[in-house]
Design a protein around this ligand. Structure first.
Ligand code: NAD
Length: 492
């Protein structure tokens, strides 16, 4: 049986506990980018709020904008928006839950005007986004909005057939303004620094260039809260699909797989109201920055570090690296001696406990999170996750040993070969350039750091440059594991 409303009758209550008549749920949120993460995080929270607290005004309308999203769009249509959230605990227990908060779906490439019309309607109070780093069209090196990006340029010329989020948003708000309708909140749920501020700056930049007359209205009628999102959500495997089918005799074409942990902290800045998210443990704060920095520099940096070091050692999954004492000892020391001391305004958080929790989450052997997912686009991740720690430690005249060792390993990563001589794929917008400078660094290690717009202020710190050269020269003759053992015993 295929998963859809009709066929769910055969499922046990524990998986499909529903106290609510789905027809009574009204749409209040439009979400662009029906990513795995969105389905495991925001759509899950909304499901809980609907089911446990009968919140009927904030069902989700999903919109996808990419050609590559056709599959998920068709599946959600087939399945009446239903899908299974598979939660894998560290002890091996697996929980299944059918999530039913996505009640409408639109597919931009097929009918952009239908999606625009839908989002222009005033019942949509929040437009949320998970569009990955890519969807923000930030310049890969400066981090600023890239008005010369080919898709952005195309959208600014042909306004009624947009491809980018900014093209869509402009049309949506144009209609709202013309029709005298209210604005709404735009809520980014991506792992980018100051995600609300970033999307606001990029969007306003785009509007200034393409439709300047809309800008004053937008300034009055939209808000952009920053948010911190946290739940490890992996790529769904064929095995996950099979196991659910074999256990319950229902075929879900695309369930999502996640860990039990979940967190969402948001700045309370919603211009048209919001669901009572507090009831499902979503936290609201005035200033997200300390929480965001702790998460980016401990969890996301930790992930990237295990990704890069582990790949060099031939590992394939996060839990393999996290259960290797040499790797985890190094990461714990990095967090303890370089990250935590350099974080500011952390009174409201117990960072020692957070470090332990993050490391335990990495060790969960049932999540099967691939290092290739973690290492994808690391040139847009490392500058956000690791550079701020390095710069703060440099300005405080404190230790930079672990962070700099990671930078040297990151250079070696672009050789594309692990310590056993096996090649691995590198998926990165800057891969051509970084593979070339990593090769040049064999002669002169400083050449890897030559890109001023990527490495920015780091290139002005001689202490960092000397240390980088030292570690890179060591790693040219040592394996990553040998290097870590020496680091962990204070011999490097
Ligand atoms: P995914 O591949 O399932 O989803 C990527 C989504 O981004 C797709 O819906 C796609 O349509 C959208 N997208 C990509 N490029 C776009 C573009 N140019 N324009 C519009 N939409 C675009 O990946 P995922 O693992 O679900 O992660 C999605 C995002 O969620 C990440 O980029 C990250 O910022 C955030 N996130 C993920 C996790 C996680 O553990 N997976 C945790 C926290 C935050």
């Amino acid at each position: 049986l295929y998963l859809n409303t009709e066929n769910t009758n055969s499922l046990p209550n524990s998986i499909l506990k529903s106290n609510v008549d789905r027809d009574k749920i009204k749409t209040g949120i439009a979400h662009i980018g029906l990513s795995n993460f969105h389905r495991a995080h925001q759509a899950y929270y909304m499901h809980e709020l609907i089911e446990q607290h009968q919140e009927l005004n904030f069902g989700i309308c999903g919109i996808d904008l990419l050609e590559s999203d056709r599959k998920i769009y068709n599946i959600l249509k087939d399945q009446d928006g239903l899908y299974t959230l598979i939660t894998k605990k560290a002890n091996g227990t697996i929980d299944y839950k059918i999530i039913s908060s996505i009640i409408e779906y639109f597919y931009g490439p097929e009918n952009p005007l239908a999606a625009i019309e839908r989002l222009a309607r005033p019942d949509i109070k929040i437009i949320s986004l998970t569009i990955a780093e890519d969807g923000y069209h930030l310049n890969e090196t400066t981090g600023e909005f890239n008005l010369t990006h080919p898709q952005v340029k195309e959208d600014s010329l042909s306004k009624f057939n947009p491809k980018t989020v900014f093209g869509y948003l402009t049309q949506i708000f144009n209609l709202r303004k013309e029709r005298g309708l209210p604005g709404c909140t735009i809520l980014s749920c991506d792992n980018i620094q100051a995600n609300g501020d970033t999307v606001k700056k990029s969007f306003f930049n785009y509007v200034e260039k393409t439709t300047p007359s809309l800008l004053p209205w937008l300034q009055e009628n939209t808000s952009f809260p920053n948010s911190m999102v946290d739940r490890i959500t992996t790529v769904t495997s064929a095995k996950d699909i099979e196991l659910f089918k074999d256990t319950y005799n229902i075929y879900d074409q695309w369930p999502v797989v996640s860990e039990p942990f979940s967190k969402w902290i948001i700045e309370d800045n919603f211009i048209s109201g919001k669901p009572d998210w507090e009831k499902v443990d979503i936290q609201f704060v005035k200033d997200i920055e300390p929480f965001e920095n702790a998460k980016l520099r401990i969890l996301n940096a930790g992930h990237s570090i295990l990704g890069i070091l582990g790949t060099l050692n031939g590992y394939k999954y996060v839990h393999e690296v996290a259960n290797d004492e040499d790797f985890i000892f190094f990461l714990e020391h990095y967090i303890k001696t370089e990250v935590i001391p350099s974080l500011q305004n952390t009174e409201q958080q117990n960072l020692k406990a957070y470090k332990k929790e993050v490391i335990d989450r990495f060790k969960n052997p049932h999540i099967n999170d691939s290092l290739s997912r973690i290492c994808k686009e690391s040139s847009s991740k490392i500058p956000i996750f690791v550079f701020p720690t390095l710069l703060k430690q440099l300005s405080n005249q404190e230790s930079i040993a672990h962070a700099t060792f990671v930078m040297a390993a990151w250079c070696k990563y672009y050789d594309g070969v692990d310590d056993y001589g096996k090649t691995f794929d590198i998926t990165d917008n800057l891969s051509n350039q970084l593979i070339r400078t990593a090769a040049l660094s064999q002669q002169n290690p400083q050449l890897f750091l030559e890109n001023n717009s990527l490495f920015k202020d780091l290139v002005h710190h001689d202490r960092f440059k000397e240390r980088f050269e030292y570690y890179l020269s060591k790693l040219r003759s040592l394996s990553i594991k040998e290097g870590l053992v020496l680091m962990n015993t204070g011999k490097l």
